[in-house]
Design a protein around this ligand. Structure first.
Ligand SMILES: C[S@@+](CC[C@H](N)C(=O)[O-])C[C@H]1O[C@@H](n2cnc3c(N)ncnc32)[C@H](O)[C@@H]1O
Ligand code: SF4
Length: 454
């Protein structure tokens, strides 16, 4: 039963990061009316989380893999905001005025929004949803586009977490990725945030960027540590010029080799751990007072589209072009094109165009994969039992046993834990439980080798 959900389309070269399961690669065309039914059946008494995608930036970073558009003028951004407000109103008519647990503004660069525009968007949000008890209200900030007025506006709206795109402090690397931002700028922004009472701060760092070496990474991590952000994401640079044409501007010759990338991650990780950060999952680090650290200890850590989260809500509603909603019955994604998104919402239609309905087995495998991605260990039989599902994991356990023989995992009863030497293969190991992954395409050990080659 259900052993073969795989579609025969060519598999991606890069292994999934499992920010969702099934991954967005499995989404197919979906009618907005299906999603409307899902919205209408959300339980009125359960809090939901909200994600807003602001698909605009001032300047193109050549390494960027996000869904964004560069706009030299502010007018299109303002027009877009009016449409986004309409999407919020139209959605709330279907869902009802639900309580909200977490709010996340991502992009693109939400910090492009002028203070009055941000506040008027929040006014609409408050009319439509009850955000009075939201545990977290986070905004992604490009430090080059923010100022004190904007940060004051965030604080007055209730923002309590800011995520700063730092990437790297080295000027040679910054020039090679077309993203120049000084340490002084970061110091100034941090001052504004802390003066405004926004104490929960994330830094995004990237390894594997042009001209990075252990020496430059050491410097970047040391400078990061001086700012004491409560959480750090240390992403591996994803170089996919066939998908993101502008990445061709990143000179291939300047990129560190895979073995150096791995050494950079390990070195940065060691520095962070020695300075009191706990390593969380694939690429996050948190101080003991950070919610990720606490939820990790409580066994409540989860995977979501932003990476890792302590958000306990079962449903996430995504707004804006390309935004994904994760609902009890499945996933749905808005159309990525801003133009088509505007046309649809303005015409009163749902902007949803893709998605995937999920069943009980998907939810069970989602928990298995999420547990593995968060805790590097899983007892699949126990997870299945918690879902009330009797499932024969023989094939999966066969693969896991090969990893035990390779010293990448250790087994204790039905529980499998990834060892230090197996940690670089986390994504390959998770594919074992992915019912949509073509299991016959390669042996599990080959998949690990593939992951180690980038
Ligand atoms: C939407 S941006 C953050 C906010 C803002 N736009 C900025 O860049 O400061 C999300 C983060 O994704 C990461 N990112 C973007 N492109 C990436 C890539 N190709 N590989 C790895 N990480 C990437 C960067 O660390 C970036 O800070
Ligand atoms: S990295 Fe951030 S600021 Fe740079 S282009 Fe991408 S989304 Fe915009």
């Amino acid at each position: 039963m259900l052993k073969n959900k795989v579609n025969t389309a060519a598999r991606p070269k890069r292994l999934p990061r499992y920010t969702s399961y099934p991954t967005a690669l499995e989404f197919g065309p979906m009618d907005g009316s299906k999603n409307d039914e899902w919205f209408k059946s959300l339980p009125i008494c359960e809090p939901v989380s909200l994600y807003f995608h602001i698909p605009y930036c001032d300047k193109l970073c050549w390494f960027c893999g996000c869904f964004t558009t560069i706009s030299n003028k502010y007018e299109p951004v303002q027009k877009f905001l009016e449409v986004l407000k309409n999407e919020i109103k139209q959605t709330a008519k279907k869902t009802g005025r639900l309580k909200v647990s977490h709010i996340h503004f991502g992009g693109g660069s939400p910090s492009i929004l002028e203070p009055d525009d941000f506040l008027s968007l929040i006014d609409v949000l408050k009319e439509c949803y009850d955000i009075s008890d939201a545990k977290e209200f986070a905004v992604e900030i490009d430090p080059r586009t923010v100022d004190q007025e904007k940060i004051k506006a965030y604080a007055s709206a209730g923002v309590n977490r800011a995520s700063l795109g730092i990437q790297d402090f080295n000027i040679k690397t910054q020039e090679a990725i077309n993203r120049i931002q000084s340490e002084e700028l970061i110091e100034e922004v941090m001052g504004y945030l802390r003066d405004s009472g926004i104490e929960r701060i994330n830094f995004d760092l990237i390894y594997g960027l042009p001209y990075q070496t252990i020496e430059t990474i050491t410097e970047t991590v040391a400078k990061t540590l001086a700012f004491k952000p409560s959480r750090i994401a240390l992403f591996g640079y994803a170089h996919v010029p066939h998908m993101k044409k502008h990445q061709q501007l990143v000179g291939k010759h300047s990129l560190p080799e895979q073995k150096h990338r791995q050494a950079q991650f390990e070195w940065a990780s060691k520095m962070l751990k020695e300075s009191g950060y706990r390593s969380i999952g694939l690429d996050h680090f948190a101080l003991p007072d950070d919610q990720l650290f606490v939820s990790y200890d409580n066994g409540k850590l989860k995977r979501n589209f932003q990476g890792y989260t302590d958000d306990a809500a079962d449903s996430l509603i995504g707004f804006g072009p390309s935004a994904i909603s994760s609902l009890p019955d499945g996933y749905s994604q808005n159309i990525p094109s801003i133009k088509e998104y505007v046309e649809k919402v303005t015409g009163g239609a749902s902007p949803v165009v893709r998605g995937l309905a999920i069943d009980g087995h998907d939810k069970m495998f989602r928990d298995v994969i999420s547990t593995l991605m968060c805790y590097f260990e899983v007892d699949p039989v126990k997870v299945a039992m918690e879902h009330g599902i009797h499932y024969n994991f023989d094939k999966e356990i066969d693969d896991l046993s090969k990893l035990v023989d390779a010293d990448y995992m250790v087994r204790d009863g039905n529980s499998f834990r990834i060892t230090e030497s197996g940690k670089p293969f986390l994504r390959a190991i998770a594919t074992i439980f992915d019912q949509y992954f073509d299991q016959n395409s390669s042996d599990i050990i080959d998949r690990c080798i593939h992951e180690s080659e980038g």
